[in-house]
Design a protein around this ligand. Structure first.
Ligand code: SDX
Length: 393
């Protein structure tokens, strides 16, 4: 510590704000959105209803929910010029980069969103627009990758069925989303919807604290989520499990590798800054994985490898003493894969799920008129020194 500055790298012990949206208890493994437990919401609610709860603070009445759904439905279409932007991306472009770019172009199509002093109604229109259009952008990012024509949203379908159809429908054949798949996706999106001041949400807040638009703030959040230590972990988990499978399924070898301080390899999907007993979301997703795969008749050897890895790691002193448990990303990829989502779209699914949380946190920060985020530092560089002419250096 020097003077008034307390160094807290990674903000491990810093409260950045006060918030009434999501409550976590890392010791007890508790996660609640606006006071409702994640277990109840995953069981009884739907993703759009949870989005409403997070953003507006209360569960909607029938009338409020119908209006919310209708508002979203009429904004799912995106401007045709977006296709020109999409065409500019090579097919090997990672969908997360396409998604964050397309979200940011909303500032061009809706320049009024840049006005920091807009009325609450206009802010709400921005919220509805991004909730409605991000699934379309996500599906279009995938179509760009596989070289298929994009699909337009189908407003007769529910949120998840519409997304699945935009992802997988092809001109050559009829497509009907499997209700089991749509339901599994809806539950996964609920489980990802918010998580207090995680890296990407803190990014959305700090970008928004300069009075940048909701769209620019969410675009920044998507990029923070992309990192393998954060949302990118769900893609890294499947790549790790595939590597273990290719290597003959020897989980202990990978556990030992993760413990080796000279080896940068970490057990992806393990550990958490807050949860020091278990991640309640991982418990629900693990159960859902068994359920969805058996309903779909999918037998994925990688699920057994994941369970074996979890069992071995939870008995290993290195993991036990560091309180490392499976987190939300450990089993989610197994469900995404079983419902046909390709691996490099897993983090895009995380972003779709986290969108209502990012919106709710941005809205709360702006309504509280919080100051611009501007941390200090401890300076460790050179003392004062004079300039030397280049020919004398
Ligand atoms: C998400 O914050 C959120 O809420 C995030 C999230 C959300 O919903 O928004 O929950 C979503 O991002 C989940 C996390 C996904 N990331 C991964 O699965 C990547 C692997 N996990 C780690 O990199 C790590 O556990 C973090 C990033 C999740 C947490 O990092 P911390 O809190 O900064 O902990 P740390 O890196 O200081 O680790 C503490 C110790 C270290 O060992 P020592 O130096 O004490 O000897 O535990 C070790 C680490 O080396 N460790 C691991 C490990 N995670 C931590 N060792 C091996 N494998 C791991 N996975």
């Amino acid at each position: 510590e020097t003077g008034l500055i307390t160094l807290d790298e990674g903000y491990k012990n810093t409260g950045a704000t006060t918030s009434g949206i999501t409550f976590l208890d890392g010791e007890e493994g508790i996660l609640r959105y606006r006071g409702y437990s994640i277990e109840e919401l995953a069981e009884k609610s739907t993703f759009l209803e949870v989005a409403y709860l997070l953003i507006y603070g209360e569960l909607p009445s029938v009338k409020e929910f119908e209006q919310f759904k209708n508002e979203i439905t009429v904004h799912t279409l995106v401007h045709e010029d977006i296709k020109k932007i999409l065409d500019g991306f090579p097919s090997n472009a990672h969908p997360m980069g396409v998604l964050s770019s397309l979200v940011c172009t909303l500032t061009a199509f809706y320049p009024e969103s840049l006005d920091p002093n807009r009325s609450a109604d206009k802010v709400n229109l921005s919220i509805i627009r991004i909730l409605a259009k991000m699934p379309t952008f996500a599906a279009w990012a995938y179509k760009n990758e596989v070289g298929h024509p994009v699909n337009y949203p189908d407003n007769s379908l529910d949120y998840c069925s519409n997304f699945l159809k935009m992802m997988f429908a092809l001109p050559a054949e009829k497509y009907e989303a499997d209700p089991v798949v749509a339901d599994a996706l809806d539950k996964l999106l609920i489980l990802h919807a918010d998580h207090e001041q995680n890296c990407s949400t803190s990014t959305v807040r700090i970008v928004g604290s300069s009075k940048a638009s909701l769209y620019s703030s969410v675009s920044a959040g998507i990029n923070a989520l992309w990192g393998p230590l954060h949302g990118g972990a769900n893609q890294a988990v499947i790549e790790m499990l595939e590597a273990i499978k290719a290597d003959g399924g020897n989980v202990q070898k990978f556990i030992d590798k993760a413990k080796d301080k000279n080896d940068p390899f970490r057990l992806m999907g393990f550990g958490h800054r807050v949860y020091k007993n278990f991640d309640p979301r991982a418990k629900i997703i693990k159960k859902a994985a068994d359920n969805v795969l058996s309903k779909l008749g999918v037998n994925d050897p990688v699920l057994e490898i994941a369970k074996g890895l979890e069992e071995a790691a939870l008995k290993d002193p290195y993991f036990v003493e560091r309180k490392l448990y499976p987190n939300v990303d450990f089993y989610s990829g197994i469900i995404y894969r079983a419902i046909g989502i390709p691996t490099d779209m897993f983090t895009v699914m995380f972003a779709l799920g986290r969108l209502p949380g990012w919106i709710a946190q941005w809205k709360e920060m702006r309504e509280k008129n919080e100051p611009i985020g501007r941390p200090r530092q401890i300076y460790t560089g050179s003392k004062i020194r004079s300039y030397v002419e280049m020919n004398k250096r």
